[in-house]
Write a protein that binds this ligand. Structure first.
Ligand code: CU
Length: 141
């Protein structure tokens, strides 16, 4: 009983945090803030043990800049006409999505010019208007 209650609370907090993430990510996309982004993304992971720690996260996150976490991926297919890319990706923490291969929309078609099938990339994906969109991507070193 107790457990399922706190899960429900954690779940809605995680949702609220994810929503805030989307809003912030659109306004803070410059590369300089990447180290900060990674940190806040990790703190927000709703899978951490410990309910108390989980309760504190959204408040902490709101004080700093909350953004999408950079995710590792590999390009499987590029569809410039439809502004889509197929990526084999690792866990996308800000979307609470496990690793898989899937098609993403890209925010800007020009983003696709830098990559080829087989490129190893670091990318950020966010939910915009119900669709999961790659908002930034760069070749992984
Ligand atoms: Cu996926």
């Amino acid at each position: 009983m107790k457990t399922s209650n706190s899960f429900a609370v954690l779940g809605s907090l995680a949702l609220a945090a994810a929503f805030a993430t989307n809003v912030y990510a659109q306004t803070t996309m410059n590369k300089d803030s990447m180290p900060g982004m990674d940190m806040s993304g990790m703190k927000m992971a709703p899978t951490d043990k410990g309910g108390m720690a989980g309760m504190n996260m959204p408040g902490m996150a709101m004080g700093t800049s909350v953004t999408a976490t950079a995710t590792d991926g590999e390009v499987r297919k590029i569809d410039k006409e439809n502004q889509k890319i197929t990526l084999k990706h690792g866990d996308i923490k800000n979307l609470d999505m496990p690793g898989m291969t899937m098609v993403f929309k890209v925010k800007d078609a020009a983003l696709l010019d830098k990559f080829q099938v087989g490129s190893k990339v670091k990318f950020k994906a966010e939910k915009l208007d119900g669709a999961i969109v790659v908002t930034s991507m760069e070749v992984a070193q």
